[in-house]
Design a protein around this ligand. Structure first.
Ligand SMILES: [Zn+2]
Length: 414
């Protein structure tokens, strides 16, 4: 029997079943494809999410080894996205005065990548420490003046941080909290590193957006938890931590940023935003299985419509390509059964991804030039969360009356 990753209660209530899926971030090489042809099978694992009946935590049922996933050739560097660096800069501008951070404060970022965020604190002469498992990214961070420990944040590394750097006044975790399987160890380590009056800031995709807009492709093997305030409030209270503010963000199609502090810290009163989001979630019944009744059906509808659209276009002889080789698109493609037979290629700006193939669907990843050269009739935008930005970037397809399409939450053509 599978158990809740937080409270060990048996996991029985399925929220969504997306069948067997490959690892969403692991792009394949030509050699991998050759090996599959020779009979080697591609790694796949059931992608089933459950809600814990006891603590309401929505989570993946299967287990994969993250040490194996975030390796040195991990292809995503945050600084490659201008929007993400800007998001980080604004975060620094907002939090420095908000929490009175000075050159005597200490800021820690978990999953600090190439220093895309901490560089904005370094430029204000605020002492910073990063931690990230990817060695190459950490080296790039050091070049920006961001001290970085290479490793996973947990029991041992938190002790190392306290010894080398001290307890921290601001601890930041952007899009790491949902990706760490050992949630108890992670929160314990955060609590240990937090100064008496310190604040923690965590960002993660909001479960309410997933349900409301059928964002089923935010579900993939590295994304263990689908968080709600209703579950987190209880979880943090077990550690004598309290949520003092919740901000709704547009990133990833609807994320939350929460601020936490020690239960005993009375510097901040609890913002009304906490109660507001909590009420919204309770109205959606996100604390129990009843809140997810429509989700699987809505996912099936997206699949049906996407396949119908592609079939129709193929029948009239159109060429279809895709844009954006991020983790997100892979769950969508593989669940719908869309592959290299109906999609010619996926274009992506990141040089490290080009020449590789998407997991499961085996669609080749190419550079943007290939769009201009081959003039596809339809381009499916896989990262629908940055649809506007990509539509602008690909506006040149209008020269040959090309169309840009997103399928989530419903078909949108521009
Ligand atoms: Zn539980």
């Amino acid at each position: 029997m599978m158990q809740c990753r937080f409270c060990k209660y048996p996991l029985e209530n399925i929220v969504v079943d997306l069948k067997n899926q490959p690892s969403a971030n692991r792009l394949l090489s030509r050699e991998d494809l050759h090996n599959f042809k020779q009979g080697k099978s591609e790694w796949k694992s059931p992608l089933t999410t459950y809600i814990c009946e006891k603590c309401s935590l929505v989570q993946l049922g299967n287990i994969t080894a993250p040490e194996d996933l975030f390796t040195d050739d991990y292809v995503y560097y945050s600084s490659f996205s201008k929007e993400w660096v800007e998001h980080a800069r604004l975060f620094a501008e907002e939090t420095i005065p908000k929490f009175n951070l000075t050159n005597k404060s200490r800021v820690l970022e978990i999953g600090s990548n190439d220093g895309y965020l901490l560089q904005h604190f370094v430029s204000h002469k605020i002492p910073c420490q990063g931690i990230d498992p990817a060695g190459k990214a950490a080296k790039a961070a050091e070049e920006k003046g961001v001290k970085t420990i290479v490793g996973f944040f947990g029991k041992t590394t938190s002790q190392q941080i306290i010894k080398q750097f001290g307890v921290c006044d601001l601890i930041v975790g952007n899009n790491v909290f949902a990706h760490v399987p050992k949630i108890r160890e992670f929160i314990t380590a955060i609590k240990r590193c937090l100064s008496e009056k310190g604040v923690v800031s965590l960002e993660f995709p909001h479960l309410a957006s997933l349900v409301e807009y059928t964002q089923f492709d935010t579900i993939y093997d590295e994304h263990y938890f689908y968080h709600s305030i209703v579950a987190l409030k209880q979880i943090f209270s077990e550690f004598d931590l309290k949520i003092i503010e919740v901000n709704e963000l547009s990133t990833h199609g609807g994320s939350l940023r929460i601020f936490l502090t020690h239960e005993a810290n009375n510097t901040y009163s609890i913002n009304h935003s906490v109660g507001r989001i909590l009420s919204k979630e309770l109205a959606m019944k996100l604390d129990r299985k009843e809140g997810f009744r429509e989700l699987q059906k809505n996912i099936g509808l997206i699949r049906k419509n996407a396949l119908k659209f592609i079939k129709k276009r193929k029948e009239i002889g159109q060429n279809i390509a895709a844009f954006g080789a991020a983790a997100k698109g892979n769950t969508f493609l593989n669940y719908c059964g869309i592959n290299s037979r109906n999609i010619d290629f996926v274009a992506d700006d990141t040089p490290a991804k080009q020449g590789k193939f998407l997991p499961g669907s085996h669609i080749p990843v190419v550079s943007m030039d290939v769009i201009r050269e081959t003039k596809p009739n339809v381009i499916i935008i896989l990262p629908w969360n940055v649809r506007e930005e990509i539509c602008q970037k690909l506006n040149f397809v209008k020269e040959w009356e090309g169309q840009l399409v997103t399928f989530i939450p419903e078909i949108k053509v521009c």
